[in-house]
Write a protein that binds this ligand. Structure first.
Ligand SMILES: Nc1nc2c(ncn2[C@@H]2O[C@H](COP(=O)(O)OP(=O)(O)O)[C@@H](O)[C@H]2O)c(=O)[nH]1
Ligand SMILES: [Mg+2]
Length: 230
């Protein structure tokens, strides 16, 4: 059974080396593919030096399109997809705990939950919108980590829930489509951490963009035909 880690990365020069090395150490992971979305730093070079395969996109297309490009690149060879953000650094290793329930068939998609941040990172608006949207459009499912991009998906799951949604709408769309397809989702507690944004201008801009992308995904999903269960 082939497990391929897909790592979207945009200007992750500081953390990508540790992320790649840690992902490669996960038992069962066969390939690690970093999709560098036209970073202006040396993310691609560092990812390659750390041992990953690297797909470098010619212009910045956003997280969802980058994941689509990565998936197209590995689809023939992939049974289980392990999605790991590029900014997890050493904690990417905890992606290991996402695999077992999918390998055993206990779950079609696992999602890593993170410990609550010590200092308040944001105001929880994006998370609140994502959680509300998933509950509303996904039959009442209350997601502990609605925005977590750290997931493992069986082949059945990823063929049903892709293509990925635009930008940062990826996660809510994965969860809602999985629920609508009757797939089993399991949230797995981890102690992963990432480069959380703070309450400065770039943090607000980042969350504003995320909010817009999540809302866009929810509006599209509200009109998307629900796949029939088989
Ligand atoms: N390929 C690609 N990855 C992106 C882009 N924007 C963010 N990412 C990556 O997606 C992951 C999550 O983004 P991040 O900014 O950390 O968002 P957050 O963790 O949800 O606050 C990280 O690995 C980023 O490097 C993008 O435009 N393209
Ligand atoms: Mg992050």
């Amino acid at each position: 059974m082939s497990v391929i880690a897909l790592v979207p990365a945009f200007n992750e020069s500081e953390r990508i080396t540790a992320t790649v090395r840690s992902a490669m150490e996960i038992a069962g992971v066969d390939r690690v593919l970093v999709v560098d979305d036209a970073s202006s730093d040396d993310t691609s070079a560092r990812a390659r030096a750390a041992g990953a395969e690297v797909l470098t996109l010619p212009s910045n297309l956003g997280k969802g399109a980058a994941l689509d490009a990565g998936l197209a690149y590995v689809a023939q060879d992939a049974d289980i997809l392990l999605l790991l953000d590029g900014d997890l650094a050493e904690t990417a290793f905890e992606g290991e705990s996402l695999l077992a329930p999918v390998v055993s068939g206990e779950a079609d998609m696992t999602i890593a939950t993170f410990p609550h941040p010590v200092g308040k990172a944001g105001f929880g608006l994006v998370k609140g919108l994502a959680r509300f949207g998933i509950a509303r459009l996904g039959g009442g499912f209350l997601a502990e980590a609605p925005l977590s991009g750290q997931r493992a998906l069986s082949r059945t799951a990823w063929t049903r829930v892709t293509p990925f949604a635009f930008g940062y709408g990826v996660e809510v769309a994965l969860t809602i489509r999985a629920l609508r397809s009757g797939l089993t989702i399991l949230e797995v507690p981890t102690t992963m951490s990432h480069a959380a944004t703070g309450r400065d201008l770039s943090g607000f801009m980042h969350r504003g963009r995320q909010f817009a992308h999540v809302l866009r995904a929810l509006i599209r999903l509200a009109f998307e035909r629900t796949p029939t269960r088989d």
